[in-house]
Design a protein around this ligand. Structure first.
Ligand code: TRP
Length: 333
């Protein structure tokens, strides 16, 4: 297959990755990496915009995220994995793009708005955090990406990026930058083990790719199910029941899952039995990932070497775009 479209995507390194990350983005990356030019960025600069007081956490998470990527099968031979802070073209592009975005427009960004509220930054909003959508536009455009696989919450970032692209090309009278399309996966998010709508590290309701078999068993046992399913003989709800949601996402025996759902709905199937099967399914999924991850964890030099190799390649690509940008801005001295 010929590789046509350029993909740019990434994660803020603020900890280890969980099953929600897998469903929302990692699975897609593994799937798309052979048919596309894929760049995956570890967004440490962006992570610092709301973690600047905890640089050690971000530093350590770079290696953890890298291990998670490799363990799930993102292959550095076909995917360029790189570190944002080592690409000097990105902050330089960010600075030029800032001229093209109004404060009012940034204030309206729904994702930034929600994050400011969630993190209680209303009274002390750092400028760096406020402008991170512009920085993200620089990430995407530096690679002339046309596809950005992301979760729903990132759609405003792509919109913002495309507005910058159109303004830039119009003002500087050349089609230097390229618009990007968001690619949102069918099942874009996963509930937490507590039944909350989103699995998230900060909500402490996640199953991590690196969890041990014991941790996994403990978490599955404690999972939220249908609160009205009190006795085994009661009919239960599979909608909004994370145990069944996980079976749908990670199970392979579709017939058996359909049977379990029917049985649960008509009554007579206990939560313990469903959880036991869910544990088997999740363990079958996670065991090989855990084994591969262990190997990478033990070889920090090799893992960081792969990241540095990808970063060198990415640096060259971004520098090319920056050169074109500076040329049309008459910054070509
Ligand atoms: N904002 C993304 C997140 O919080 C991470 C990210 C940074 C990103 N730059 C990107 C995603 C560019 C896609 C494209 O998960």
């Amino acid at each position: 297959m010929s590789k046509k479209e350029i993909i740019l995507t990434g994660d803020r390194p603020t900890g280890k990755l969980h099953l929600g990350h897998y469903v929302g983005s990692l699975a897609n990356r593994v799937l798309l990496q052979n048919s596309h030019h894929q760049f995956v960025m570890i967004a440490d600069v962006q992570a610092l915009t709301d973690n600047f007081e905890d640089p050690q956490k971000i530093h350590d998470s770079v290696f953890e995220v890298m291990c998670d990527y490799l363990a799930v099968g993102i292959d550095p031979c076909v995917t360029t994995i790189f570190l944002q802070s080592m690409i000097p073209a990105i902050p330089e592009l960010t600075m030029y793009y800032m001229n093209l975005v109004t404060v009012a427009r940034l204030t309206r960004n729904p994702t930034v708005k929600a994050e400011i509220k969630q993190k209680h930054m209303e009274e002390s909003l750092p400028v760096g955090f406020f402008v991170y959508p512009i920085n993200q536009a620089a990430d995407i455009t530096a690679f002339k990406a046309t596809l950005v696989p992301v979760g729903n919450d990132q759609l405003p970032m792509i919109e913002q990026t495309n507005e910058i692209v159109r303004s830039f090309n119009r003002i500087y009278k050349k089609e230097v930058l390229v618009e990007a399309k968001a690619l949102v996966p069918k099942v874009g998010r996963l509930s937490g083990i507590d039944g909350q709508a989103k699995m998230s590290k900060s909500l402490n309701n996640g199953i991590f790719l690196s969890d041990s078999a014991d941790e996994l068993a403990r978490k599955v046992k404690s999972m939220y199910t249908d609160p009205n399913h009190l006795r085994v003989e009661d009919p239960g709800n599979v909608e909004g029941n994370p145990v069944f949601e996980y079976l749908d996402a990670f199970g392979t025996d579709l017939e058996k899952i359909a049977e379990l759902k029917a049985h649960y709905q008509r009554g007579g199937l206990g939560d313990m039995a469903v959880k036991k099967y869910a544990l088997d399914v999740l363990e079958a999924f996670l065991a090989p990932i855990r084994t591969r991850r262990k190997l990478y964890e033990q070889d920090r030099a090799q893992v960081m070497g792969m990241l540095m190799e990808g970063t060198q390649k990415a640096k060259g690509v971004a520098a090319e775009t920056l050169k074109e940008v500076k040329e049309v801005m008459h910054l070509n001295y």
